[in-house]
Structures are given as structure tokens and as C-alpha cells.
Design a protein around this ligand. Structure first.
Ligand code: IVH
Length: 696
């Protein structure tokens, strides 16, 4: 580990028990915060931590405990407060003190030569010094620090007025709430910095993967995902999105003079702000600018984030002032974009794919064409509404781009090339896989096959059906489900309950014992609380929690199956989306028949998860981690649910308690990092006993 010299302790050793006076507490909190802020900086900004995660966790939880013991100590900019606040009705507007201008964009070397020539002429210099930076493909933001504290964060908006995203930006770990400095005089009294919020490609892919699972609409590219994540009304949502930031400009500063862009980058970094020094370069003269563009062009596919070109800026800030601005952009900077990744080709056909959640997606079949070095033969057309909006017809010559430079995208038909033989596309009214009548949303943006036994969905649905949060059939995991489906032994949920030992023995890797084991697991899964069954069905938008809400309010599967949209929406937690999904799900005749078959197979579903009325653990969320001794994890979770609480599987800002047994690992660490209260199994038992007796 690197050894670093700082004027403060890296690991203040503080025992909360022995802190008694509030004066002592104040000084202890100060020491801890100073250390934590520095470690955040080492970790998030420099990517070079100097203490271990475990040591960091100790500092964080000590501060947390201290603030709990002395609540008046909590300040809004304490590192423990870097979590989401409460949701807002709408994002407020912020007028930028100085308009956020754009950059002139150029596309050729000649344009760059002309830019340089103009700079040399205006400044009367033989050679100009520039800073070349990546042109980040994200969302421009402005951060205002007053006396070193983050006071305001806004989006670019129209350049004059942007949206207030302060609570959202406060959840971003890379954004310090307090600027860092060795001596406090070092930090400017006011600093307005600008930069770009980005989602890295791996985070974007992971987010979309999760959204596929939950049936949410996918983000088209990392930039949209970053913008969507930042402009959330509920900062807790932003807190869970993998956002990054690179700062690159100062719009206003008091109490400190910065002479060059290069110095600016180093200085911002020194104050704990994230900059991209690694990919930025000080360039002397235009040839170095052109080389930089070439280098970055070659490098771009290997970067963790997307860039769509490079930006050249005159290094010397005084020279910049001499050059000044045109109406909308500065004369001292220019963006040199990369060649667009696009090509034209023929749209041969549009086929329809059914995804594992039942979603129908129209896919373009293209005459293969190379775009940005990759051959593209197919591209998602997303939905009917997109096809209509772009007026894409089969037989068109179309422009193909790699959206956000990654995902192939059909932009639309190219000018007057139609012969009249092109065909307008309509989504099929029946599922191409199972023939069920499909359901299209009013806005034509989603079309789904509602049949839960549709073979396109069966494998994934069965895995979910048998999973822990569903029917909890131990031993029926991915591999075995696949085997059963492939062998044609199970073509719908209820057929699981008709399996015989003979059936299983006909499959590979089954012996007497394992076949009997699985059958007995299947048998014992018949008795279930209703909510598990509802979750197991995989109704869009109905996860574990919603399943519990529905079970509590409708008590029997029959009642729920016959509930109208209105009745559903009268339940406080059920919105139009869920209500619509539930109604559509049960309206499908395949689903109806299937549920009847399941009940006939002997399922016994027990009504509500909890009695009506206010429950002792209402509104509280628990996460269990590590080994529990008194209960199994499922029992503990049921206990919580039975008392009106919610047991979640992962720790987040909305978790109220983490119950940690021995050998608790990452969840515990996360709880500590988020400042979630951690209790032992004994504490939990005592709590349950107390609330059961009527205390709280
Ligand atoms: S400097 C007055 N530097 O490009 C110029 N902008 O068209 C201030 N951008 O809105 C911008 N990377 O969102 C600058 N390294 C970089 C940039 C960058 C991306 C974006 C920014 C701006 C747009 C300009």
C-alpha cells in the first residue's frame, strides 16, 4: 500500500463509548470526516486507495455511531449523508450564472488546421499551446461550491437554464460534498465547475440486463442512461445507478487564480474533484493535436466510457480571453468529432423475436454492412411506434448507425430511393411462437405475448417459478429446468406436478435418490402462501413486494383473477401499470387454464401474508445476512413479513435494519457504508418479542 504523508490521521482510532462530552464528539467527528473524505478521494477520484475496504468501513461505522449518539453533530455534508433524500414533485429550474455554451464542431483535419491558424493569427504567435481532452458523450452539468461545500448541481438544459439535480448529484460517490484541501485557505470561496456525467459501458450493460429481468424499458445507450438516471425525481434511484463524472471547466471562481487549462485540471483534482488527466494531453502546435485525435480514435473502443471525439482548448486562459466568443461558442476551443459510425444498406425484412419476458421485438434483417469495423446484419427496431416514427419500410435503403457508437440502430430510410414496392410493417396480432393473441400498449411501444407457457418464455419462467422467492423448489435450478424443457417433459408449469420418477430416470444425471428428492421437493412446494405463488407466476411488474400487497388485499387467487382494474387500483400501492399488467395477465385464456390446472394439481395457497390493520413492523425493511442460529433465513423473513415488514435480499438506502449473523460478508460491509443500522440475531429476537407484546 502506498505510504502518504498527510497533515491529519489516516485512521483515527476512536472508541465511541469513551466519547462523552459533545465537545469531544465534535472533534472526533471532525477527525473521522477528514479521514473519510480523504479516503473517498483516494478511492473514487484517484483510484488509488491507501487503506483497505474493511478499515474504511470501520471509520464509516464509527462516524455513524458517533452521529447516532450525538445527533446534533450530523451536518448535511457529513460523509454519512451521501445518500438519497426524499423524492420531489418535479426538478426545479436553475439559471446558470454564466450561460453554458456549446463548442463548434469540426469533422476534418483541414478544419483543425484552420482553427489553429486563426488562434495563431489572433494571438500573434508562431505556435500555440493547447490542451486536448476526450469529448465525453454524457450529460453536461454544473456544480457550485460555496466556501468549499457543494451548494448546487444543475444540468445544462438549454444552456441558460438547467434543472436542479442537487440531491441526485449528492448521491454520486465521485462528487465530494466538501472540497479537499491541506490548508483551508487553499479552497476558493466560490467555485462553479462544469463537466460531464457519464455511465460507463459495463455499468450500462449491467443496468439494462437488470431492466430486462424486471421488464422495464431498456436505455438506448449509456448517454441516455446517464441522463435518465441523473434526472430522477427520487434521488434514491440515482443513488443506485453507476454514474461517473469528469470535470473539465471552471465557469466562475473567487479567491484563486488559475492561469492555464492544464493547471486547472491538476487543481480540480487536488480539490478532490474527478478529472480525466490520464487521457488529456498538453499539445504544442497543431501536429500534436492531429496525432492526439488519431490516438484517441484508436483507443476509443478500449475505453470504459464513450467519447465521440476530442476537444481542443487553448491552454493559456489569458489568451482565451483575447480570443473571446462568437455568438454561441468560444473561439478558443473546438470539438473535432470522430467519423460517424454509419453506413447505408438494404432492409431485407423485419422479423419478430419473442424474448424471455414475453416481449415481442421487431428486428431488422439487413444486407450485411460494416459499420465502424463491425459487420451488422441485424438490428433491433425496438417497437411499432419507433418504426412508424422513422417511417421504416421493408425494402427501404436505410441508414445504419451504431447508437452511442455501440448498438446498431436503423436510423431511417435514405432520401428518395423508394421504388414503390416497399412494404409497411405491422406487428403480428398473434405470437409467432405460440399463437396467443398478443397485447399491444396504446402508445404502440410494447407488445407482449401474455401466455406464460409460451415456449419462448418457458425456460426462464420455470426457473423463476421454482426459485427461492417463488415456489421454492429446492434442487430445481437452471440446469434441471433446461433438461426438463429440452426433453419435452414440461411444457407448462402444472406439468411439473405430474412428473414421475420414471420420467426423471430417463434423464441424464438422475438416480433413484435424486429423482425421489426432487419429486418430494416438488410435492412439498404445493403448500404456499399466496404471495409466493403470485411472484412465481412472473406477472410483469409484480415482484416479491407487489405480490405480498396483492395477496394481502385479495386473499385468494380467484378474487385476484376476477378483480377489475378499478378494484386493483383502489389498493394504495397499486398503480395503473401494475393494475393493467395483472388484468391482462389473467385475461389471457392460456393463463386461466394454466392456473386452473395448477390448482387441480393440488396447490394450496394460503391467503394474506399478514392480518389487516397496522402491523408492528409496517414500513420497515430488513435484510438478513450471515448465518442465523435461531431461525433459517426463510423463517426469519416470513416472521418479518408476518408482522407487516418487508424482507429484502439486498441492502440499499431504504433498508432499515440489517440482521447480521456470523460470517456476514459484503451485505454487512454495504450496510456499514450506507450507514444502515446493523443488529445481531439476538437484537432481532428481542425486537420481535417486544413488538409481538405490543411495544415498539
Ligand atoms: S468544454 C465553452 N470539454 O461537449 C465550452 N466540453 O458542444 C465548454 N463535452 O456541452 C465545454 N467533453 O457537454 C468541454 N472535455 C470537454 C468535453 C465537453 C464533452 C461536451 C459538453 C458541451 C459540449 C459542447
Amino acid at each position: 500500500m502506498a505510504s502518504v504523508a498527510t497533515k491529519f490521521e489516516l485512521k483515527p482510532d476512536i472508541s465511541v463509548e469513551s466519547v462523552e462530552s459533545s465537545k469531544e464528539a465534535e472533534s472526533a467527528a471532525k477527525r473521522l470526516r477528514q479521514a473519510i473524505r480523504y479516503h473517498n478521494y483516494r478511492y473514487y477520484v484517484l483510484d488509488s486507495p491507501v487503506i483497505s475496504d474493511a478499515e474504511y468501513d470501520v471509520l464509516m461505522s464509527t462516524l455513524q455511531q458517533l452521529e447516532q449518539k450525538f445527533p446534533t453533530l450530523v451536518t448535511p455534508d457529513s460523509p454519512t449523508q451521501q445518500v438519497g433524500g426524499s423524492p420531489r414533485e418535479e426538478l426545479g429550474l436553475v439559471k446558470h450564472p454564466i450561460p453554458m455554451l456549446s463548442l463548434k464542431t469540426v469533422y476534418t483535419e483541414d478544419d483543425v488546421l484552420a482553427f489553429d491558424q486563426n488562434c495563431r493569427k489572433e494571438l500573434g504567435m508562431a505556435e500555440v499551446e493547447y490542451v486536448a481532452e476526450p469529448k465525453f458523450d454524457g450529460l453536461a452539468v454544473e456544480l457550485t461550491y460555496q466556501s468549499g461545500r457543494l451548494a448546487l448541481a444543475s444540468t445544462r438544459g438549454d444552456g441558460t437554464t438547467g434543472e436542479d439535480v442537487t440531491p441526485n448529484v449528492r448521491t454520486m460517490k465521485e462528487v465530494p460534498l466538501v472540497l479537499l484541501s491541506a490548508e483551508s485557505t487553499d479552497v476558493p470561496s466560490r467555485l462553479v465547475v462544469r463537466g460531464e456525467v457519464l455511465m460507463f459501458i459495463d455499468g450500462f450493460e449491467e443496468l439494462n440486463r437488470r431492466r430486462t429481468e424486471s421488464g422495464d424499458a431498456l436505455f438506448a445507450n449509456p448517454r441516455n442512461a446517464a441522463a435518465g438516471s441523473l434526472r430522477q425525481l427520487d434521488p434514491n434511484t440515482t443513488a443506485h445507478r453507476p454514474l461517473h463524472i469528469f470535470l473539465y471547466e471552471i465557469a466562475d471562481i473567487s479567491g484563486k487564480e488559475i492561469k492555464t487549462q492544464w493547471e486547472l485540471l491538476q487543481t480540480l483534482q487536488k480539490w478532490g474533484l474527478k478529472v480525466n488527466v490520464a487521457e488529456s494531453k498538453l499539445c504544442h502546435g497543431v501536429n500534436e493535436l492531429l496525432r492526439y485525435h488519431q490516438d484517441m480514435y484508436e483507443k476509443r473502443d478500449g475505453l470504459q466510457y464513450e467519447i465521440d471525439g476530442v476537444v481542443y482548448k487553448i491552454n493559456d486562459r489569458q489568451s482565451r480571453e483575447r480570443l473571446g466568443f462568437r455568438s454561441r461558442d468560444p473561439r478558443w476551443a473546438v470539438a473535432y468529432k470522430f467519423k460517424p459510425r454509419e453506413a447505408t444498406t438494404k432492409l431485407l425484412d423485419i422479423v419478430v423475436q419473442v424474448g424471455r419476458t414475453g416481449k415481442l421485438t421487431p428486428v431488422a434483417v439487413l444486407e450485411p454492412v460494416v459499420v465502424g469495423g463491425i459487420e451488422i446484419g441485424r438490428a433491433s427496431l425496438h417497437n411499432q411506434s419507433e418504426i412508424d416514427r422513422r417511417d421504416i419500410r421493408i425494402g427501404d435503403t436505410v441508414l445504419v448507425k451504431r447508437a452511442g457508437d455501440v448498438i446498431p440502430q436503423v436510423e431511417g430510410p435514405v432520401g428518395d430511393q423508394r421504388s414503390g414496392s416497399e412494404r409497411v410493417f405491422h406487428m403480428p396480432s398473434e405470437c409467432p411462437v405460440c399463437g396467443s393473441e398478443v397485447v399491444m400498449s396504446e402508445d404502440k411501444k410494447t407488445t407482449v405475448c401474455p401466455n406464460m407457457n409460451c415456449p419462448a418464455q418457458l425456460r426462464e419462467r420455470l426457473i423463476h417459478f421454482a426459485s427461492k422467492q417463488g415456489m421454492d423448489i429446492e434442487g430445481l435450478g437452471e440446469k434441471r429446468v433446461e433438461q426438463l424443457v429440452d426433453a419435452g417433459l414440461v411444457t407448462s408449469f402444472h406439468m411439473l406436478y405430474q412428473l414421475t420418477k420414471q420420467n426423471l430416470l430417463s434423464l441424464e444425471r438422475y438416480g433413484d435418490l435424486s429423482a425421489e428428492g426432487l419429486l418430494s421437493q416438488i410435492e412439498s412446494s404445493k403448500k404456499q402462501p399466496l404471495w409466493r405463488f403470485l411472484n412465481a407466476l412472473g406477472i410483469p411488474h409484480v415482484g416479491e413486494h407487489m405480490a405480498q400487497v396483492l395477496a394481502d388485499n385479495f386473499q385468494t387467487i380467484e378474487k385476484l383473477m376476477h378483480a377489475s382494474g378499478e378494484e386493483l387500483q383502489s389498493v394504495s400501492q397499486v398503480g395503473p401499470e401494475v393494475s393493467r399488467a395483472v388484468v391482462e395477465f389473467f385475461a389471457d385464456k392460456h393463463n386461466h387454464t394454466e392456473i386452473e390446472a395448477l390448482i387441480k394439481a393440488g396447490l394450496q395457497l394460503e391467503g394474506a401474508t399478514k392480518a389487516k390493520g397496522r402491523q408492528p413492523l409496517d414500513g420497515l425493511t430488513f435484510v438478513f445476512t450471515g448465518t442465523l442460529e435461531r431461525w433459517t433465513r426463510e423463517e426469519a423473513e416470513q416472521l418479518v413479513a408476518g408482522m407487516g415488514g418487508h424482507a429484502a435480499s439486498s441492502v440499499s438506502n431504504i433498508t432499515n435494519y440489517v440482521v447480521a449473523g456470523p460470517s456476514a460478508g459484503s451485505k454487512l460491509a454495504k450496510a456499514k457504508a450506507l450507514g444502515v443500522t446493523v443488529i445481531s440475531e439476538e437484537d432481532f429476537a428481542a425486537m420481535i418479542e417486544k413488538v409481538a407484546k405490543g411495544g415498539s
